[in-house]
Design a protein around this ligand. Structure first.
Ligand code: NDP
Ligand code: 2IT
Length: 448
């Protein structure tokens, strides 16, 4: 037994040394390694085949210069990344993030998480992530277009409908995917499903826009049911006001919840009567404005500067849907002190390791990101299927499949947590279930 723990500890030390100054990547790896011991006890081949050493090292990292010209004729240079982490179960798949905080360590943590998430979907997709430290905020449409064209002029060499299929993430939505797709097509003369999250007029899937947020709620419903709860009649706090947050809010409301708070990186709003999502959509999707503008529509709502304070708002269910490490240990304790009984992660790695431990030991129902937010990438895989068939499906067809996928992911995480001796611990369940499929595929394919 202790041999397995020593092995995992040594591996963690190697990862920290080899990827110095990348704390987010260390955190993501640590969380997975801390879950895997029961799987290694059952099958030591996972150790002797070097499968975990190989899993923590990306298959390929591409890093490139992205020069572009702003509306005043000034030249800017950003960094572009694509980390193709693991292709054991399918072509590389994962989003692109445009945010000034992006560096190699962020893309590495996201790519690593994506391996297990994609495995959990049950669909044939490997793990990858990419992006840039470009800040789209305040940039004109033409500046965004020139940036995307420059980014794709390098990226197109490494992606393809059967090799690597990027999509959106923070700062990359339908507009950016459109410009990226247009440039890919121009460079390669190929019209295919190289990107997902496309517009509906050129190969996008119905329900992809809604998928991550809706999927999060489908997963959470199943989790709540294990404790005899449901969304109906609950108070919900959702951080962020982007793609994931908006559609998580829409579905939670449809299921009978009152969503009382949402945020952006500047601050948060509280509307005890329930957030009017149409106003949030108008502010965020149409005007690309700030969440504080909600008070123009609802003067009685509160606005508080600073995004972290949102975890002090009393709620039954919290859904962090903004970014990594937005809930630290103190925020976890504030949530619990306010009566929060369930946390469902829509963002990637929104809880620190300490916050996660606080929730688990405090008896809070906890839905970990790599399982709970897998609905986005799962629906991206459904978009790929439709593109290959050259046949679009209806909204209901995609949404029904999404719901089934999320329910299956929950069942798989739950039964794995029981099978490996940690009943109800969905962190362990998700990590082991995601790992087993990829590890078995890697071992079948030899040392590659
Ligand atoms: P968007 O760009 O649409 O929205 C991001 C939201 O989070 C905005 O409200 C933004 O506020 C806020 N935010 C971003 N960075 C920070 C920060 N550093 N501090 C505080 N708030 C911040 O992105 P998405 O909704 O697509 O992504 C949100 C999360 O969900 C990310 O973690 C992403 O990786 C994850 N995710 C996304 C999926 C998808 O399909 N889009 C799928 C699965 C996971 P502001 O406008 O002020 O920057
Ligand atoms: O984190 C994620 O799963 C995403 N940003 C979605 C990736 C995708 O390929 O749809």
């Amino acid at each position: 037994m202790s041999f397995k723990i020593d092995y995992l500890n040594e591996l963690m030390t190697t990862v920290e040394k080899r990827n110095a100054n990348e704390p987010e990547f260390h955190q993501a790896v640590r969380e997975v390694l801390e879950s895997l011991e029961p799987a290694l006890v059952r099958n030591s081949d996972y150790i002797y085949s070097g499968v975990i050493e190989r899993l923590v090292e990306p298959e390929r990292t591409v890093k490139f210069r992205v020069p572009w010209v702003d509306d005043h004729g000034m030249v800017h240079v950003n960094r572009g990344f694509r980390i193709q982490f693991n292709s054991a179960i399918g072509p590389y798949k994962g989003g692109l993030r445009f945010h000034p905080s992006v560096y190699e360590g962020i893309i590495k943590f996201l790519g690593f998480e994506q391996i297990f998430k994609n495995s959990l979907t049950g669909l044939p997709i490997g793990g990858a992530k990419g992006g840039s430290d470009f800040d789209p905020k305040g940039r004109s449409d033409m500046e965004i277009m020139r940036f995307c064209q420059s980014f794709m002029t390098e990226l197109y060499k490494y992606v393809g409908a059967d090799t690597d299929i990027p999509a959106g993430d923070i700062g990359v939505g339908a507009r950016e995917i459109g410009y990226l797709f247009g440039q890919y097509k121009r460079l390669t003369d190929q019209f295919n499903g190289v990107l997902t999250g496309k517009g509906l007029s050129y190969g996008g899937s119905l329900a992809r826009r809604e998928a991550t947020g809706y999927g999060l709620c489908y997963y959470t419903e199943k989790m709540l049911a294990t404790a005899g709860m449901s969304f109906n009649g609950t108070r919900v706090v959702i951080s962020g006001s982007g793609n994931v947050a908006i559609y998580a809010c829409e579905k939670a409301q449809a299921l009978g919840a009152t969503v009382v708070a949402m945020s952006d990186s500047d601050g948060y709003i509280v509307d005890n009567n329930g957030i009017n999502l149409e106003y949030v959509k108008e502010i965020k999707e149409q005007n690309k404005g700030r969440i504080r503008d909600y008070r123009i529509y609802v003067p009685l709502a509160e606005y508080h500067a600073g995004s972290r304070g949102i975890w002090g708002v009393k709620c039954d269910i919290a859904m962090p849907c903004a970014t990594q490490n937005e809930i630290d240990e103190d925020s976890a304790f504030s949530l619990m002190a306010g009566g929060c009984r369930a946390v469902a992660e829509g963002a990637n790695m929104p809880s620190t390791l300490e916050a996660t431990k606080a929730f688990l030991s405090g008896g809070v129902l906890f839905a970990p990101a790599k399982a709970a937010n897998a609905g986005g990438v799962a629906t991206s895989a459904l978009e790929m299927s439709q593109n290959s068939q050259r046949m679009p499906w209806t909204f209901d067809e995609v949404d029904t499949r999404l719901r089934t996928i999320m329910e299956n992911i929950f069942d798989n995480c739950y039964s794995t947590s029981e099978e490996y001796g940690k009943p109800g611990n969905l962190v362990v369940g998700a990590n082991i279930a995601g790992f087993l499929k990829v590890a078995d595929a890697m071992m079948s394919q030899g040392i590659v």
